[in-house]
Design a protein around this ligand. Structure first.
Ligand code: NAP
Length: 294
């Protein structure tokens, strides 16, 4: 197969960085975004084409990368691609959705002679911008090899996890861990403030010890300054944790206390109008006097 022309759909916090890196590596030919102005602005800057609709993008690309919010949004986009899909096309979905959703799209695209890989990513908007995401891939290994070139422009680590859906199951593992880390870091930093400690120094020294982690290094200082620009929206992580809960139930069930606690806290933030803030806004709850949210 000759080098695939790549189309990109979904120019949000993650998609913008990924599309730019695809362009920098010479892969990107065409983009589409629901809010058209974002696509027009990026295409103008990079000198690539803008599709008027997803079908047109499907007719112009053999590798299509998607980055949209939820399962229903992915369905809307892939349904719209179907009429234009070239046989042999590989759709690489980097959104976080359910493993069942990935499996269903894989079967549906196979009926059309095309392929679907679940390619969820971790590393935040920073990882998307720098091209250093970690990507966990579900689907056929040979199909992954066909698109490894473009995927490598976005991700420094690409691991084939197994059949369709196993990329999303791995991402669910990641999201449960991220929930526990967000709960722990926000609580610990709120405690440090209560102790009257010099928090810059706290972050500096703790970041070099056994409790070091990405969230502390990348969001510690900004959350202490009340800056909650996403990053990763509370409402999106809430969506991911609902997926984790459903996946556990479908597999026979297990207690997920970290997931349940974080769902409760995110629910509270969303009720108070903070759902579009970065997940570091969790510190609002931790530092609040009991019963209040500031
Ligand atoms: P975002 O900034 O909210 O962007 C969402 C993108 O999806 C936008 O381009 C939006 O288009 C598009 N979209 C949403 N619904 C759509 C629909 N029905 N039809 C067509 N396009 C639609 O979200 P993000 O942070 O980039 O996250 C994207 C995905 O990556 C999510 O599944 C998220 O869970 C996952 N993720 C996020 C991070 C992170 O740190 N942010 C990290 C790893 C994975 P408009 O411009 O028109 O709104």
């Amino acid at each position: 197969m000759r080098a695939p022309r790549v189309g990109f759909i979904g120019l949000g916090a993650m998609g913008m960085g990924m599309a730019r890196n695809l362009h920098a590596a010479g892969w990107l030919s065409i983009v589409w975004n629901r809010t058209r102005e974002r696509a027009v602005a990026l295409a103008g800057e990079l000198g690539v084409a803008v599709a008027h609709e997803p079908t047109a993008l499907a007719r112009a690309a053999e590798c299509i990368v998607t980055s949209v919010s939820r399962d229903a949004d992915l369905a809307a986009v892939v349904e719209a691609l179907l009429p234009g899909l070239i046989p042999g096309t590989v759709v690489c979905d980097t959104s976080t959705v359910g493993a069942d959703t990935a499996r269903a799209w894989s079967r549906r695209l196979a009926e059309r002679g095309a392929h679907f890989l679940d390619c969820p990513v971790s590393g935040g908007a920073e990882g998307a911008r720098t091209g250093r995401l970690a990507m966990m891939v579900g689907g056929e290994a040979e199909v992954l090899e066909q698109v490894r070139g473009p995927l490598s422009a976005m991700a420094a680590t690409i691991v084939h996890m197994g059949p369709s859906g196993s990329g999303q199951a791995t991402k669910a593992v990641n999201q449960i861990m991220a929930a526990g880390i967000a709960e722990a870091v926000t609580e610990a930093l709120a405690f440090g403030v209560l102790m009257g400690l010099p928090m810059d120094k706290v972050i500096e020294v703790v970041s070099q010890g056994a409790a070091a982690n990405w969230f502390l290094s990348h969001r510690g200082r900004s959350m202490l300054e009340d800056l909650f620009v996403p990053g990763f929206k509370v409402s999106l992580h809430h969506k991911d944790l609902l997926i984790c809960r459903e996946m556990a139930a479908a597999a026979g069930g297990m207690g997920l206390p970290v997931v349940e606690m974080t769902l409760g806290d995110y629910g509270r933030l969303m009720d108070e109008g903070h759902g579009e803030e970065d997940i570091s806004a969790l510190i609002r709850i931790k530092r609040a006097p009991e019963g209040q949210l500031i």
